[in-house]
Structure formats: structure tokens, C-alpha cells
Ligand binder design. Sequence first.
Ligand code: NAD
Ligand code: MG
Length: 395
Amino acid sequence: MIAVTILGATGTIGVNTLDVLARHPQLYRPLALTANQDVDGLFGQCCQWHPDYAVMADADAAERLRQKLAAEGSSTTVLAGVDGLTRVAALPEVDCVMAAIVGAAGLLPTLAAVRAGKRVLLANKEALVMSGELLIAAAEKHQAVLLPIDSEHNAIFQCLPDEQRHDMGAAGMRRVLLTSSGGPFRTFPPEQLANVTPEQACAHPNWVMGRKISVDSATMMNKGLEVIEACHLFAITAEQIEVVVHPQSVIHSMVEYIDGSVLAQMATPDMRVPIAHALAWPERITSGADNLDVFALAQLTFEKADEQRFPCLRLAYSAAREGGTAPAILNAANEVAVAAFLAGSLPFTAIADVVEMTTQQLSSEAAVDIETVIAADLQARRTAESILPALARQL
Ligand code: NAD
Ligand code: MG
């Protein structure tokens, strides 16, 4: 039995992970489940799965969960806060950690899993964007196995030879073609983008996802974060990555080799495919996803990404090139701006403005340790917050 901690169990990725685990009860056991504030959501999961631990980041929510579980006679231990999250990420009896908290909040729990040498299924791209070198170095030092859950990175991983995943030259790899659906606004009239609502931004054509990553997909910041993510996971530079808009989301990314071969991974757009892949790797298990019906696919199309329409992509490329704490600054400003947009207090097009102004006001430094990264994140949040009022007035 493989014991699994799911960080962010109540989210889209968490729920999909439990769906895959439910198909293989003889192989996997969820040992710890965590959430932020959704007491009812985590309570329901605890009643179904009887994990040893349940953790709520919010202390009041943890207390309410504790009372509800006690009333059911549950034996699940309830923990609270970042300490609780890092503890269940690193428990000796845990084999595998699904890192699926959204945003910078996932950094310390993900790092704890890496430092404990776990098999880490990495969905929380923001953690890697913020602290790429440190996280990769920690994984090497503590012999943690990092497996990408982001569908594009999981696709790239599957298209690379086992032995040379971190040595592009030895693998004979020329470049990565990182696919993107283009999001809900790919063909939207640009002059109307300033007035789109959170509901429009969250209505993704191909994927059902949490609200933050849905907005990131709509601005294409998601693709920008994924460029940075790919640089760290596969030890490549931003110049070796080309974003390819592929509206059908069937090819999840491609790797081009020096002999002209291009390998692609294809599947129906269903996150259970990369989740099942990473859970079982190097073996395979069923995921519950529909088979890909190539006859039903009328066509697969490809376009260049439009940096004019999607300035976040350009900003992310430049943070990737700059390195150091630049990606952490970019990420923090984006989290602040997206939260303001989702709260209805910032126009959609101002998300990129907040990010650009924040990155202009702050200079990056070498990301020597995690404290430096966290300090850069906090400073960028304060700067972004101070920029919001001026842009919000345009509403
Ligand atoms: P979601 O919003 O649906 O779920 C987020 C989870 O994190 C929830 O369980 C929530 O309770 C928890 N959480 C939120 N804030 C927290 C905090 N401060 N402390 C502790 N826990 C907190 O998000 P999602 O769509 O499942 O995405 C999760 C991560 O996976 C993100 O980093 C996202 O970029 C990445 N990802 C998601 C998809 C997808 O298809 N949904 C695809 C690729 C990558
Ligand atoms: Mg992705």
C-alpha cells in the first residue's frame, strides 16, 4: 500500500487525485488530506476516506472540523496551520505527496515534502516558479522524486528519455514546444477585454480548474508560469521553449530533437491522465479518462502566441531570463492582481499592468535561500497592493 498525502485535497486537482485513488484501493491509501477553509468539503472527504490526518490551514476551520469529526466518532487527527501542512507532507509513513495547494501558500508544505525525500507530485507550479533552483537542489540533496502534474510538463516528461531528463545536450533535444489552449479570450475582441467578468474569465473552453489558474489561463500568465516551471524541471532556458497555441488541448506538449523528430504526448484534456501517470510511474494504471478518439478529432490546429493581446506572457519570459527573485516577484504581483480581479475591484486588463509596474519598481536579487524568496514575495505583495487603488479607479 502506498500512503499518500494530498495537499489541497478539496481543490480541482485534489478531487481528481482522489478519483484516481478510488479506482485502485488495493494500491493507494490517502493518509492525510488538507484544505484551507472548506470545512464541509474536507469533512465529506474524511467521512469517505478515513485518513489518519486532516489539516486545515485556517485555525478556526480546523476547530470546526475537529468538532464535526468528533461528533461522528472519527479517529482522524485534525491539525491546523502551516505547521500542520508541513508535518503531514513529511511524515515518515507517507510515501507520496500530491502538492496541489494553489499559489505561494503551497511553497513551505511542498518544500517540506521535498526535504523529507518523498515522491512529490507537483501541481503547485507557483512553488517551483518562486524557488526553482532551491526546490530542485533540495530534491537532489534529499533524493526526492519530482514528477510534474501540470499536463504540459507531464507530457514533456513522457517525451524525454529516462536517463537524460536533465541533460538536454545528451538527450539530443533541440527545443520544447509548450502547448496552450489560448484560454477563453483567444479570439475575443481586444477592445472588450477590459470589461470581461470573473465568470467569463473562469469559463475555460477545455478544462475545469480552480478560479486562480482559470484567470491565469485567460491572461496567459499560466503559460508564462509554465515556461519558468519547464526551465527548472528540465534544466533548459526560456529561449529553448516556444509557446504554441493549440486550441483543441489534445497535444499536451512536444519535444523536438536534433534529428528532426518531434515527440508529442496526446490525451483527452483530463487531469486524471497526468495524475495517474505520476502516481504509477514508471508503471501505468487506469485513470478513468475517456480514450482519445482520433477519428472524432476533426483537426488539430496550431498558432503563434499573441504577446500583444497577452502581455503577461512577455512579462513571464522576461522574469525567466532575469532569474533570481524575479519570478517570485512576478508571481506575487500576479496573485494579488488576480485576487483583486476575482473580487471585482480590478479590470481584467489591469492584471498585467499591476504585474508590470511591480516588476519595474522592484529589483531582483539572487535567490540564495528560501527566506530571501519569501521576503521578495512579501515585498512584491505590498508593492502590488499599493498599485491597485490607482488602477481600480478606472472601473
Ligand atoms: P483549487 O482552487 O481548485 O484548489 C486549491 C486547493 O488549495 C484547495 O484544496 C484549497 O483548500 C487549498 N488552499 C488554497 N489556499 C490555501 C492556503 N492558503 N493554505 C492551504 N491550502 C490552501 O486549485 P486547483 O485548480 O486544484 O489548482 C491547484 C494547483 O494545481 C495550482 O497551483 C494550479 O496552478 C495547479 N494546476 C491545476 C490544474 C487544473 O487543471 N486544475 C492544472 C495544472 C496545474
Ligand atoms: Mg498546464
